[in-house]
Structures are given as C-alpha cells and as structure tokens.
Design a protein around this ligand. Structure first.
Ligand code: HEM
Length: 705
C-alpha cells in the first residue's frame, strides 16, 4: 500500500493538533457535540451533506430567495425543524408557544453566531452583548424610552418628516410624473432622526430627565406600601442615624410591626428605595424563582475580595458557576471531609482544654476558638491545604482573613465607610488593600501549584505533592478545587482568576457562618440543660463511650436530636440575618408593585421570631422541627436560614455535618455552662453575620462517664 506525501503531512498535522489540544476541554467539547447530535436527531430536517450540512440549500441564493427556501422547508418539515450549517445546528421555530418560551426565557439571552458579523461595528452594544453586560446596559437604557421622553422626540419626527416631504416634492418633478423611490427617502429620514437623537447633549439631558421620571415613578407605584414617617430628601434615614448597631435591627423590626402592610415595609434612604419583605407567599416568588437573582448594592463591599464569585455574581455567570460547583457538594465528596472535621475538632478540644484550665469564675469566650477551627476546616476542604489557624493564630493568612471580615462588616453597616470616595482616604481602606494582597496571593499560589501538579500527573484525581509554604501544612484531597480546575464553561477551562473568585467565596461564606451557628448552639443547650442532656445521650448511644473514637459520616447522620437542635438554633439565631436582592425589572408580587431599581431586604431572623409562623418563638424548642411528632407545620419560605430556592446556600449540608462533628466532639468531653443571666436574652447585632453585642461567656466542666 502506498501513501501520497500530502496525505502523510495532513495526518501528521492532525495528530500534532490533537496532541497540542489539552485533553480536558476536548473531552468536554466532544461530550457537548455528542449531546447536540443526540438532541438534533429527535427533530426533522433536510438531508445533510458531509462537512457542509445544509449549506448547499442556500448557496448562491439572493436574500429574497433565502426566505422562500425556509418557508418551503417549514411546509415540508413542520413548525420546528433543524438545519445544519457546517458543524453547527440551527433550530427553526415557528410555533408561537415555542417562540414564547425562547423569548420569555431569562437564560436564552445570548445572540446567535450570525450576530458576530456586527461586532466589528457595534462591539458589545446592546444588540450584540450578552450576560451581565447586556443586563446592566439594558437597565440604564430602558428609561430613555419612557413615554415622557418619547414625547420630546415628536418635534424631531415632525421636522424630519417635513424635510422628507420637501425632498419628495422636488423629486416628483414639476409635472408630478417622475417615479420616486419611497423606501430610499424613508431610509434617509430615519437616519437623520437617529443622528439628531444621538447627540451627547441630548444624551445628558435624557439621563437627567429619565432619572427624575424614574424617581417619580418609584414614589407613585409604591404609594400604598406601609412606611414610617419620612422627611423630605432624606426619606427615613434620620430614624437610623446615630443608632448603635444593635438598635438598628430592632428599629427596623419595630417599624415592620407598626407600619408594615402585608408584612412589607418601605424604607427610603435618600433616593434609594428599600423594601423589607417578610410574607412567605411573597418570598416564594422572590426566592423561589430566578426573577430576583441579582444581589443588592450592599454586596458590592464583597467584590474587592470575592470579585464575581458565586455569592456576588448574577445572570449567566452565576448560572454557569452554580452548575459546575454543585457536584462538589455531593454526599460522596462530603463523606471524604469527615476526617478533616474530626482532626480539626481534636485541635479545637486541645485549645479549649488550655482555656478551661484557666477559665476562673467568669468563664471564657468560646467564639474565637471555634472560628479558628472553622477557618482551618474550610481552608483544607476547599483548597486542600491547612493554614494551621488553630495552632498558628499569628499566621499572615489568618490575620488577613480576620482583617477582611472586620472591613466588610464596617463597609456594609457604617455610613462613614459606605461611599468609595471617602472610604479610600481612611486607614481601613489601606488595611483592606494589604489584607487583600495576602489573601489573593495565597489563593493564587495554591491554584497554580495544584494546576501544575494535575498537568504533571496527567490525570485528574491525584493527591497534591507538596504545599511549600510556611503557613501551609497538611495536604488533602481537593475535591472542590479539583472540580473547578477540571471544569469548562463554553468549552473553555476556568482561568486562575475564575477559580480564585470561587475559592475565596468559600473561604468567606464557609467559616464565619458556621462558627456563629456553633456558638449559638452551645448557648442554647447551655441555657436549656435538658436539651444538652438529650444531645449527650444521643451522642453516646450513636458513638459509644470512647471519647477519642473518631466520628464517621454514618454516625453524624444518625444524630437526629442534635439535628433538631441545630435547626432550632438557626431559626432563633440565623448566621445570615439579612439577605438582599436588587430588582432589575418592575414587577408585581401578590398585588404589590415592586419597581425596578429598588432593593428587597429579607430577614431570616425576623421571620424566625414571628409568632404567627412559629409558636412561642423566643423559646428554644427543637421538637417543633420533628416531622413525626410535631403538629407544627413549617412553611419552607418562613424558615430560611440557608435562604431558599435556586440561589440557596450551596454549602448547607457541609455546614450541618461540620457543626455536628464539632458539637459531638465537644459535648463528649465537656458539659457546657453559660456564665451570665440566662433569663435575659443576648442582645443581637444583625450585620453580615449575626453576633451578640457582648461576648457570650461559658464554663466547661470535664465529663466523667
Ligand atoms: C450555618 C452555616 C451557613 C449558613 C447559615 C449559610 C447561609 C447562607 C445563606 C443565607 C446564603 C444566601 C445568601 C444570599 O442570598 O445573599 C448562602 C449562600 C451561600 N453559601 Fe452558605 N451558609 C452557611 C455555610 C456555608 C458553607 C460552609 C459554605 C461553603 C462550604 C457556604 C457557601 C455558600 C455559597 C457559595 C453561597 C452562595 C450561593 C449562590 O449564590 O448560589 N455556606 N449561605
């Protein structure tokens, strides 16, 4: 058999090209192509040619004939058929019901490939752009088409029409017999009109007018919503100025009780409209659908650290990321983490033991030790390395996490730090910059290292070889980081920056929340000793009397009474006391008009303490969550410590397992006693994470059994 030279060269080129392509993106591309072929096979369509597909049907046709061919094909193959243009499928849809689904969808917002031809001229203008960019632009451009603004254009339409008529009159000739091309004249008219509208001064004016109109509209449509007395210009801001952090939340809750209508309260902070909504029926729409998927302005403070990570991002970016991160929380993966929970709990116990030995009469504050434990845990599970926070509190990374958490709280809740311009001049801004440097460098280093290890190993499930940093100790399985390193979006692997956003988001969202929950759990069972006893009995019956035996996934799943106590703790003390969403499009929720541009605030804390939703809400009653014995039926949108719906907490199962592992280990060793007045509930501060005004102090008594 003999081969010709061009054939051999072609074969070598193909082999080289395949070898240079990284296997992962190629595999994912092939998977997508296979899926596209499978789905396309379900639809009718004309026969295809190799490589060309159906391109031959349109070759050499005049534009007017293209439409005729499509109509003919529709007659032959029905309302929905496929065309294959080269390697890509196009689906032609003529059924109004299908068209409604496509055009009404919030996901199918990106334009077809054919629009790429426009991008040299229009770049990423409204017509061509997609995702977050399209979202933001559409929002600011929409008011320019308000009817009041359109009204001001009528004069231009009128003037330009008069000019066109003049041109037509001349073209008609003196005897009126000349033929005129009306289409061309109309084209010139619309060109003149649009150029006139496009002038920069008009743009500025439009912006001012549209802002005023928008503001007026906000006032009009929300007139019927309940609100406390307001002042001109400041709105309701004066009610909050000068209030201590713990008074702010109480003030809002009091207003809701007094002025709220249908459990909704309207608060104007200057020109900013905030709606506090707490009717579970409304929350079903807000949290249960993807209509309100964008986060409120307050989340901006998180962006310097988390950039566009899962917690902060919106639109398509959020959707793609959520899809690829979800498998990282599969129970098979969580099971691998139990060892880490156990090892970190043992370190916590040794720190608690040191404190216990010198606790004195006033006891000590458990929170800081718990917080270091949850920091170590999330770091090791998300990145696969330990920062040794519990044994090395002074580590640069640990200090940077603490600094940034403090900065975020201040930026979100202190008016002095709210505005970028004034904030930049404060020492806090400089501290934030230094901390961000440390955090970002650390995460980046781990990602680069792991990427290289994966590349070197040439397979996807290797253990890391070394961490190579003074702060970085043990090496673990890295399901979360590995999943991100192996994922693709639109056939492209995630960049180091993309991955850093998500790893940092886990670091932020995954440790303060859990430590707050563990601290309030200890507070509750310390002030309800019967519940503490029941927890201990259950722990001993599931895990035995050997205090040192490690917890397992199965054991944790059997701790059902502990589970009820965690649920009840999160009802009374939800770690995230307030959530916020931004309304992008005016809508109606159960009869209330919610205007575009307003913020929606939702408080899991307020909902959890409402008497009409939870009987005797200020009493710790874990049994209320027992589905077998309790008569109390929980509304899923009234109990929302992990939020609800498609954008709920992705880490909730992880969090519950971690809390159980820590409390089971601590309760086996110590009886927990609250030092303070148990009859006086702690004064709460509802910031980014729920905390108490004064530290909760505890004494630990060694258990002997
Ligand atoms: C008791 C512990 C926890 C509580 C009470 C909690 C609560 C919440 C809440 C209320 C949200 C919604 C936030 C919003 O809409 O603005 C949320 C989102 C999120 N949580 Fe948690 N969380 C906990 C632990 C964790 C842990 C351990 C992780 C990671 C391992 C985690 C990762 C996330 C992420 C990534 C999001 C954003 C999800 C998205 O927007 O799609 N959380 N969490």
């Amino acid at each position: 058999m003999s081969f010709s030279l061009p054939l051999i060269i072609a074969a070598v080129c193909i082999v080289l090209a395949l070898a240079t392509l990284s296997w992962l993106p190629l595999r994912s591309w092939l998977r997508r192509r296979r899926r596209a072929y499978e789905l396309a096979a379900l639809l009718p369509g004309p026969k295809t040619l190799p490589l060309l597909g159906n391109v031959n049907l349109f070759l050499g046709l005049e534009p007017s004939q293209v439409l005729l061919v499509i109509v003919e094909l529709a007659e032959k193959y029905g309302d929905t058929f496929k065309l294959k243009m080269g390697f890509n499928f196009s689906f032609m849809m003529f059924k109004p019901r299908d068209v409604e689904v496509v055009l009404g969808s919030t996901f199918l917002l990106d334009k077809a490939m054919e629009y790429d031809f426009l991008s040299d001229w229009l770049n990423e203008g409204l017509l061509v752009s997609g995702g977050r960019k399209w979202h933001q632009r559409r929002k600011i451009i929409t008011p320019a088409f308000h009817f009041r603004i359109l009204e001001s254009y009528v004069e231009i339409f009128e003037r330009q029409t008069r000019q066109m008529l003049e041109r037509l009159h001349q073209a008609r000739g003196s005897d009126g017999t000349n033929l005129i091309e009306l289409g061309h004249a109309a084209h010139l008219l619309t060109l003149d009109v649009i150029c006139e509208l496009d002038s920069p001064s008009l743009e500025g004016l439009l912006l001012v007018i549209s802002s005023l109109l928008k503001f007026k509209h906000l006032i009009e449509v929300t007139r019927d919503l309940g609100s406390p007395p307001s002042l001109p210009l400041v709105g309701h801001a004066h009610h909050f100025i000068g209030k201590a952090p713990h008074e702010l939340m109480q003030t809002i809750f009091n207003f809701l009780e007094k002025y709220g209508k249908d459990m909704t309260l309207k608060i104007w902070l200057g020109p900013e409209l905030n709606l506090l909504m707490s009717n579970p029926e409304d929350l079903k729409i807000i949290l249960g659908t993807l209509l309100f998927n964008d986060k409120a302005g307050e989340y901006k403070a998180l962006e310097p650290w988390l950039k566009e990570g899962l917690l902060v991002s919106g639109g398509r970016k959020w959707h793609n990321r959520r899809k690829i991160i979800t498998p990282a929380f599969h129970f098979k993966i969580l099971e691998q983490y139990i060892n880490i929970f156990q090892q970190q709990s043992v370190l916590l116990l040794s720190n608690l033991e040191k404190e216990r030995r010198q606790q004195g009469q006033t006891g000590f504050n458990l929170y800081d030790w718990i917080n270091l434990c949850t920091m170590d845990t999330i770091c090791e599970t998300a990145m696969g390395v330990s920062v040794n926070a519990q044994t090395n509190v002074d580590s640069e990374y640990v200090q940077a996490v603490k600094t940034i958490s403090m900065v975020l709280h201040k930026r979100m809740f202190n008016i002095f730090y709210r505005f970028d311009l004034t904030y930049m001049l404060t020492p806090l801004a400089r501290a934030e910059k230094r901390a961000l440097n440390v955090l970002h460098n650390f995460t980046e280093k781990i990602i680069v290292q792991r990427r290289e290890e994966l590349l070197r190993a040439g397979q996807q499930d290797t253990e890391p070889q070394s961490a190579g940093d003074a702060d970085v100790g043990a090496k673990r399985k890295m399901a979360f980081l590995d999943i991100l390193l192996q994922s693709t979006i639109d056939d492209k692997p995630l960049t180091n920056m993309d991955i850093r956003e998500e790893v940092d988001t886990f670091m932020f969202e995954g440790h303060d929340t859990t430590s707050s929950a563990i601290m309030f759990f200890f507070y509750n069972i310390a002030t309800y000793p019967d519940c503490q006893r029941k927890c201990l009995d259950e722990i001993i019956s599931v895990m035995g009397k050997d205090k040192e035996s490690p917890v397992t996934y199965n054991m944790l799943n059997k701790l059902s009474y502990v589970d009820l106590c965690i649920k009840e703790t999160l009802r009374m003390y939800p770690s995230v006391p307030l959530l916020g969403r931004k309304v992008l499009k005016e809508c109606e929720i159960n009869g209330k008009i919610i205007p575009a541009g307003s913020n929606i605030g939702i408080s899991p804390l307020y909902l959890g303490r409402r008497e009409d939703l939870f009987s005797d809400p200020n009493t710790f009653k874990p049994e209320r969550f027992d589905v077998v014995t309790s008569a109390e039926k929980q509304n899923p949108y009234a109990y929302i410590p992990f939020s609800a719906g498609p954008r709920n907490c992705i880490g909730q199962k992880f969090a519950i397992l971690e809390i159980k592992a820590v409390v089971a280990n601590v309760l086996r060793h110590y009886e927990i006693e609250f030092v303070g007045n148990a009859a006086e509930p702690p004064v709460l501060i509802a910031e980014l994470i729920l905390r108490t005004k004064d530290p909760l102090m505890f004494k630990l008594k060694e258990r002997v059994y």
